[in-house]
Design a protein around this ligand. Sequence first.
Ligand code: ADP
Ligand code: ZN
Ligand code: ZN
Length: 811
Amino acid sequence: MRYAEVSVNAPVAQRRTFSYAIPPGLSVGVGQAVWAPFGEKLLQGIVLELSPYPAVEETRDIAGIIDPYPLLSSPHISLARWISQYYLSPLFDAVALMLPPGFERRVVTFISPSPNQYDPSSLSKQQGYILELVRRQGKVSVRQLEKSLGKRRAQAIVSQLVSRGLAVRSYEMEKVKVKPKMLPYLCLRVTPDEARQEAARLRQKRGHKQASLLDFLARQNEPVPLAEARQRTNCDRAVAEALVSKGLVSIQQVEVKRGPLARQEVTSSQPLRLTAAQESAFKSIQSSLREMTREHGSPPVFLLHGVTGSGKTEIYLQALAETVRLGKQGIVLVPEISLTPQTIERFASRFPNRVAVLHSQLSLGEQFDEWHRIRNGEADVVIGPRSAIFAPQPDLGLIVIDEEHEWTYKQHDKSPRYHARDVAIKLAELTGAVVILGSATPDVETFYHAQKGSYRLLQLPERVVPSEHSPLPQVTVVDMREELKAGNRSMFSRPLSQVIDKVVANGEQAILFLNRRGAATHVQCRNCGYVLRCRRCEVSLTYHLAEGNLVCHQCNYRIPVPQICPQCLSRRIRFLGAGTQKLEQETSYAFPRAVLMRWDSDVTRQKHSHQEILNRFRAHEADILIGTQMIAKGLDLPEVTLVGVISADTGLNLPDFRAGERTFQLLSQVAGRAGRGILGGEAIIQTYSPEHYAIQAAAQHDYALFYKKEIDYRRQLHNPPFSRLASLIYTHTNDMLCQREAERVKRLLIDERDAKGIADLTLIGPAPAFIHRLRGRFRWQLVLRGSELSAFLSEIPFPQGWTVDIDPVGL
Ligand code: ADP
Ligand code: ZN
Ligand code: ZN
């Protein structure tokens, strides 16, 4: 094989590879990273195929090897090709998903002197000056020359020197900058005995927090990370600082080398004895896993359908254990890694030291180390968000996707716009791995496949409860129209108020859910009706209480609240619509005795605060937790006996065919938060459309009811799963040009469709996108509905400015 087909890291390469010759003496394998000359430049590339003939007549030589080991396995190469074809993304974007973290680095070009003799008088002044500099320093980066001479001039001179044989170019990869990780540690400055005596003295003076921190430190034989000490003794930094000022303790910065699971004490755990329902589900999975080791057929996809707490995770764990017994490894995808530390702990304790975690919040160095650990076969289980599906497990046997209906599995904001579930199923086909999709509220499309028999449905009908208490919370739907009629204009219906009062009086906990941040969702002039909007995006601005600003939730544009209407100069500016901040304020007025805590992305900008808020609420530092949809995800809070949904209608009226499904999923999840402990619990849903099937079905915990209605609507309107969709968005700073281009492409698509005689393809639009203006650019959208959309669209030339999203999660 003398030629290689290489996917190069250049935007113009699009969806194709380029042929390169392999110079004699260089050994190049499939999946290997190489340097490929491309125009004037040297680019990173991955060899996808070897062949005895080039695809074109003229080829250049591969310039060198980047990494001696192949980085992509052959299933991963096929997967990358599939992603590029299906999602219409540049091939290298797809390949890059599977490369080690930090791989994509810029190449730094250097020039160094050659030993050739030359006549100085034949050089221009600048040429001579630079050659002199290069000779003196031995090696100079071209970028450095560009800085002092300007890009054009520097490159011209370098080319002249090189072509005259007076200097040579060489290339090096930019260095990875891995920062050492420093953490504050607490060290005792006295002996443990002295610390205990001091703690006793502090206690007499009612310094309980300081005393318990001192006692804790006295029990440790070594310095302890400040964060850990705070968590274990439930104190804040001020307590530690008080001890520092007393000279008892010092705070030191210590460099920590860590994988994501390091310094977590894992107590190993044993498999549980399965319930009858779990056992029968597990047996099906087990026999498929065993079958797949014997023959390479197409592996099954299981849908494990069971409410939260029905024991799905235990099945994942045991299926993974079986996979490991068969000599293979697994990948577990979770919707959002920062919300799932408890889940990670469970996996880590079942597979001590054999779990790897991959996500973007790790430092580059950590990610890099984890990636190599995985490739060396040292991780039986990889856990991570959608991108973890590309982890280089050497012999993949099982893929688990927990909460498979979550839309965080779709990469919607950058190329490739892949859905991790579809990628997983493709990867499973290529590797012979079994797939388990788990959910309490499966995606309608997934359930449809399970009904048809293309996936295998496994049901866990009940919660595995520790006692005989009610398995699922009682849900009450409150019609807010009736409240209005009765003269109640507050955010709390009478039934909800009563129960909150009771919960607070009994010392239990409640969660109040509202899927909107901020204090007011829009600010309007009562005189002329003018609504304050973002200047760049045209969405209405949301009022944020603490900072007193109006904020755009699309682009973060902020302005102070105007005193008078910009349009009619009236002073009658009103705040309308309620967000979580407003809810917090109202709750504090209505229930003055309750201690409140708020949890939304305004509160949790920092890295660890999800876990902190959760721990504090679990430790009962507050009676009522107020939050957005984050609250709905994966928490186990045994003292919560009430979940109140302030408005179930927020998502229902969005112009999206998935609005009903989203609402059902969210309400089911939120309602499932109540009654996780032995106290039992209830949920109250407030709504202006109590008869809506999504709300009814969620209230009755009845997935089948929801599915039956929803799939009928989908069939009638010919929406997925009865068709596929593609969303095509064009952006431009000029609204009219934007619309014109969208119309031009529409005509092009129609001509193409008619020429090919494709019957089932329809076009909707062009129309202004739901967010018509984003960061100063206008957006027009076309929606395609049909079956073979990727193949059809792959032949259309889309100019710059277009994005194509196949199987969009929202319209
Ligand atoms: P899910 O993933 O469906 O939410 P989990 O697997 O987390 O359910 O199970 C819910 C709770 O029940 C967990 O605390 C788990 O430890 C416990 N559990 C699960 N299976 C069993 C079992 N077979 N016997 C006893 N407890 C179990
Ligand atoms: Zn006005
Ligand atoms: Zn904006």
